[in-house]
Each structure stands twice: as C-alpha cells, then as structure tokens.
Design a protein around this ligand. Structure first.
Ligand SMILES: C[S@@+](CC[C@H](N)C(=O)[O-])C[C@H]1O[C@@H](n2cnc3c(N)ncnc32)[C@H](O)[C@@H]1O
Length: 386
C-alpha cells in the first residue's frame, strides 16, 4: 500500500489508540470481536477517528460525502424533507451531521422556500464534530443558528423528518467467516510481536442466530467472509419506536440483502479510508483511518418494519435527487456557462452518475402516519428489490 505518511502528532495519537486497544484485548483474555475494535477505533473520546483530531472530511481529509461535494444535495433533499414536515410536524432531526454543511444547506433552502422548521436538532456522537457543526452554522447561517440545538441522546418521542447521511456505514459491524468447518466470528487478537491479528472463534449467541437467518451456504473449501450490522439494526429500531408521526430518510452506500451477500462478494465490504485512499487494513494506524462497511438495506427495512413503521420508499441517490428537482436547483444557482454552473454540473454528475455515487448510494424512507406517496421516490422506486 502506497499511502501518505501521517504527521508525528497523528502517529503519536495512533500509538495511544493502539495501546488502548491492546489493553482492551489483553483484559478480554486475548480476543475481542471486530465490532468492539471498530467501535473503539472510531469513537474513543479524544483518540478515535471520529472523536479525535483527524481532519476527516473534504479535500484535505480522508473522504468526501455528498453534502461536502455540493450544496445541490441538501437543496434537493429539502424538497423531500419539506413534504415530510408538511405531512407531520415542521421539525427536523439530523443524526451524525459531520461538518454541519447539510444542516446549513437544508435550512437555507427551506428558508428560501418559506418552509423553515420550527427547530432543527442534531444528534452527534463526536464532541469534536459537534463543535465543528456549531462553527459551520455560526459562519454560514448565523441568522438561523438559533433554531439549531444539539441532543445528548435520542429524544423519548419525536415527529417530523429525520435525516442521516452516511451514518449506518460507520456503525461497528461483526465480521463473520463461513468455512467448511462452520460459522466463525472474526475478531482481533495479538500476535507474537504484539501486533493486531485476525482470529476466528466459533460464532455464538445473537451473532450466530442473525447469521443463520441469512441462509448463506458453507463453502466446501476456502471461506466466505461478510459483515453483520447488528448495531445499525438496533439503532433503526430505537429511532423507529420513538417516531410518532413523520419519516426517517437514511442515505448510504449499500445493497439489498440478495446483492450484499452474493456468493461472488466473498471477502465482504469492509473498507478503510486514509487521505482519499481506500484500503482493506483496519489495523493500520487506528484512530487515523475511517473504517466502514456497506449497508444491507433489507435489514434496515426489516428493523423499521418490525418496529411498526411503513417502508415508504427505497431508491438510488440519483433517483431521489432527480425526483426532488436537483436539475432545477442547478439552473437556479447560476447562469449557464458561468464557472459556478460548470462546478455545479460537475458535482451533479458525481452525485447522480451510475459510475460514481448515483447508483451505489441508496435512500430508504421509513414512516409512521403518512399515507401520501413521497416525492423523492415517485420514479425509480426499488422497494421490490428489498
Ligand atoms: C461518514 S460521517 C457522515 C457525516 C455527514 N452526515 C455527511 O454526510 O457529511 C458519519 C457521521 O456520523 C456520526 N455518527 C456515527 N454513529 C453515530 C451515532 N450512533 N449517533 C450519532 N452520530 C453518529 C459520526 O460522528 C459522523 O459525524
């Protein structure tokens, strides 16, 4: 792997993160599930990737998300959010708001349409990102900042629109290996030199039960490796139970179950990002890399459905944005041929092209108390694929 070298400060942070993870493994008797490793490496206060000082977003960071790419994403999404608010109550909750740019774009577009929510609440795990979100709002939409507040935990009950972009893919996953001799949970131990090493243990308990439901056959040789996002399912179910009236819009890269667990996808979907390089090694520089897995949208739909929600729509990011009038948003931004228009159309290409984010990214709408079809899913709905 030919990756850029981290700074001395960053390496020092990663050394501390590594020591903490090693302690965790030793105290657990020499083995921890990968999900524990991933949760610590991403969310340990001060040291984890999301909770430490890593730059993360944008061209100087490790990856770029749709709201970072262009305000067109939030401007188009505002159409869907507005409809949900009109069919329930005018409130928004955003979970995992990153740098805060989506909040700015949604609020500014809703203001332009005369459809501002009465409040916009953000639930963010990372203290460092919460501060960045506050700074972004103060700098880019100071007149709207008073509508925005930060939650410390999920509210008891809520109504309105909930938005989460690229949150499910950073939830800690269990890694499983189907081998000729049975089903194993892949975890992390320490080798003779004290380095992190993959180690399998027979899968037990709820992990084994959930894996059995996938009905994946055991190979006669080699192994089939994939992930299970039990934390993501529990998270969807918790929000679902709290939703009184309205809808949740969850956007992420992923597939329906039949595609997620295709026999040919035999090494799983786990991926790490460091300064815009995707690589497969989660043990490299813990705390400095993003660690992600694709989302099984069938399990998301089931978690919502089992908690009493209606699965209102499932489609690609491209269809959602086009259905929500993203082309009109581009036209409105600047005169054709102007540099801003050209920048916008390039971004739009990345957001909607099937070879970039348009097809890989999906959006699912889970709702309660809404019967009207949702605008973002009018054309290109793929509910049948779930
Ligand atoms: C990949 S970033 C996406 C950020 C932003 N939504 C965007 O599109 O640019 C994931 C975000 O989710 C947050 N996060 C992850 N798990 C969370 C959880 N259970 N509750 C709240 N925030 C969470 C992370 O701290 C981070 O802000």
């Amino acid at each position: 792997m030919n990756l850029p070298q981290p700074s001395a400060d960053a390496l020092e942070q990663s050394t501390q993160m590594r020591a903490l993870l090693k302690d965790r493994i030793t105290q657990a008797g020499g083995w921890i599930p990968f999900s524990t490793y991933m949760a610590d490496a991403l969310y340990t206060p001060g040291l984890g990737y999301y909770s430490g000082g890593a730059r993360k977003f944008g061209s100087g960071g490790d990856f770029i998300t749709a709201p970072e790419l262009s305000p067109l994403f939030g401007e188009a999404l505002a159409t869907q959010v507005r409809q949900i608010m009109e069919l329930s109550v005018p409130e928004i909750i955003e979970v995992g708001a990153g740098t805060g740019l989506l909040a700015v774009d949604l609020l500014c577009e809703l203001e332009r349409q005369g459809a501002l929510p009465t409040r916009y609440r953000i639930l963010e795990l990372s203290g460092e990102l919460r501060e960045r979100q506050q700074q972004t709002l103060a700098a880019k939409a100071p007149h709207l900042a008073e509508r925005v507040s930060w939650l410390d935990a999920m509210p008891e009950r809520f109504s309105g629109a909930l938005v989460a972009n690229e949150v499910l893919d950073v939830m800690p996953v269990h890694v499983l290996a189907w081998r000729p001799d049975g089903l194993f949970e892949r975890g992390v131990s320490l080798d003779a030199e004290g380095n992190f090493a993959w180690a399998d243990r027979p899968a037990t308990g709820r992990v084994a039960e959930a894996a059995a439901r996938l009905e994946i056959g055991f190979p006669s040789e080699g192994e089939y490796v994939s992930e299970l996002n039990l934390a993501g399912e529990a998270w969807v179910a918790e929000w679902a139970q709290r939703l009184e009236q309205g809808a949740m819009l969850l956007i992420d890269y992923g597939y329906p179950r039949a595609e997620y667990y295709l026999p040919s996808r035999s090494t799983g979907t786990l991926l790490c990002y460091y300064r815009h390089h995707a690589h497969p090694d989660p043990f490299l520089w813990p705390g400095l890399n993003d660690i992600t897995a694709f989302v099984d949208f069938t399990s998301v739909a089931e978690a919502g459905f089992n908690a009493g929600l209606d699965v209102m729509g499932y489609t690609t990011q491209a269809h959602l944005l086009l259905n929500c009038g993203v082309l009109a948003c581009l036209e409105r931004r600047a005169p054709q041929e102007s540099p801003e228009y050209i920048r916008g159309s390039k971004a739009l290409q990345r957001l909607t092209s099937p070879h970039e984010m348009g097809e890989l990214f999906k959006v699912i709408a889970l709702s309660r108390g809404i019967t009207q079809p949702l605008l973002g899913f009018m054309r290109g709905d793929r509910l049948h694929a779930l």
